[in-house]
Design a binder for this molecule. Structure first.
Ligand SMILES: NC(=O)c1ccc[n+]([C@@H]2O[C@H](COP(=O)([O-])OP(=O)(O)OC[C@H]3O[C@@H](n4cnc5c(N)ncnc54)[C@H](O)[C@@H]3O)[C@@H](O)[C@H]2O)c1
Length: 350
């Protein structure tokens, strides 16, 4: 039997969240992933990651692309650098996975997608919430038909957890909660209920010391006719705090699904009720309360690897993620104008 070529992976940006990606790629070695190179502008960070994960260290992404015959690059830097780094990957004919948010603006997201298209390179966005154990289980219950056709949902990421401690740069973001975490919840709304016709959004700034909005309440009408409420906040003050879980309530023509704190799922199907403890796994490198999000990185990376190796688009391809990012844009526009907004649509220029 001919053994399939292994996938040579480089990672750019060895910061806070990248630690999960580094562990996940290492866990995927048995499935064909070879993490061969890591890069960070900060030589201490690249050296530490290289030592821990047995890869070669770089401080210059261009030098890494030139020296290594990479198949795929994982871009885990903050969004401001994504466009330039994704362009470097495309110019070197290397597939790229870009962390969310894709870029700071709609126009730059389109530039990234079109640059990859021009170079005919594979492109995906690391949008991991839909790969979490709990969210995948919800989707499988919907797919089973147990609740009939979903026609209403409330999806909420409501916390008071101090996200600014691990990610201090968030305090200076002018577009904060929708672009940082609302984007995940908006993606879940698409994942569960399909595309969106129009939405309206109210934002609030309840934490006076930060630059952007900390709370967003978004109401959406999906093209199927379903209605969803997407809530995100960093300003909830309540015990217990569900961080970093997304709480879910979905109603359909034949039943309902509720996911409560602690990843307990309650399903009603044609008048019958059952409860299931979903429970994300605790891996050797994950810790509470982050473990569900961390495990979702492993599932997301596995999906990226399988899709790339099979030559098919990821479920969160660059093009797919434009549809999620369009909801972010529409939400900010609605909050600014007080109007109902239709999400922008990408009309390819290449
Ligand atoms: N999916 C999730 O659940 C989740 C959670 C947290 C963060 N994130 C995302 O992960 C991304 C990174 O966030 P973070 O908090 O880890 O940021 P961070 O600042 O801790 O890490 C980014 C690293 O990238 C390096 N870097 C920047 N530009 C570079 C370049 N041109 N070449 C090489 N290295 C470069 C920096 O030196 C830094 O070490 C963000 O887009 C963030 O939104 C996602």
């Amino acid at each position: 039997m001919v053994e399939k070529k292994r996938t040579r992976i480089g990672l750019i940006g060895c910061g806070f969240y990248a630690q999960n990606h580094l562990h996940a790629w290492t866990d995927l070695k048995a499935e064909g992933a070879d993490l061969v190179a890591v890069c960070d502008l900060d030589p201490n960070k690249s050296a530490a990651a290289a030592l821990q994960f047995d890869a070669k260290a770089y401080t210059d992404a261009k030098a890494m692309f030139q020296a290594e015959a990479l198949d795929l690059v994982d871009i885990t830097t903050q969004m401001g650098s994504h466009k330039a780094l994704a362009a470097l990957a495309a110019e070197h004919g290397v597939a790229a996975v870009v962390q969310k948010p894709f870029a700071p603006s709609w126009g730059e997201c389109i530039d990234i997608v079109e640059t990859a298209k021009r170079h005919n390179t594979w492109l995906a966005v690391h949008e991991n919430f839909r790969f979490g154990t709990a969210m995948r289980r919800v989707r499988s219950v919907i797919d089973s038909g147990a609740i009939g056709t979903p026609n209403w949902a409330r999806l909420g990421f409501r916390t008071g957890y101090d996200v600014f401690k691990g990610q201090p740069y968030l305090a200076n973001e002018k577009r904060l909660v929708i672009l940082d975490v609302g984007i995940h919840v908006l993606d879940l709304a698409r994942f569960f209920l399909g595309e969106v016709d129009h939405l309206s959004c109210e934002t609030q700034k309840r934490i006076p010391t930060i630059a952007g909005e900390d709370t967003a309440t978004i109401m959406m009408r999906h093209t199927s006719g379903a209605v969803s409420l997407v809530e995100s906040t960093y300003a909830a003050r309540k015990i217990p705090d569900a961080f970093p879980e997304t709480l879910v309530e979905i109603e359909g023509t034949e039943g309902a699904i509720i996911v409560t704190r602690g990843e307990t799922m309650q399903v009603t199907t044609q008048g019958i009720f059952f409860e299931e403890k979903i429970g994300s796994a605790l891996l050797p490198w994950t810790s509470r309360p982050w473990h569900g999000s961390q495990e979702a990185v492993l599932h997301a990376n596995r999906h990226m690897l399988e899709a790339f190796r099979a030559g098919r688009p990821a479920s969160t391809s660059g093009e797919d993620n434009l549809k999620t990012y369009a909801l972010v844009e529409a939400a900010y526009e609605s909050a600014a104008t007080g109007q109902k907004i239709r999400p922008p649509v990408w009309i390819p220029r290449v």
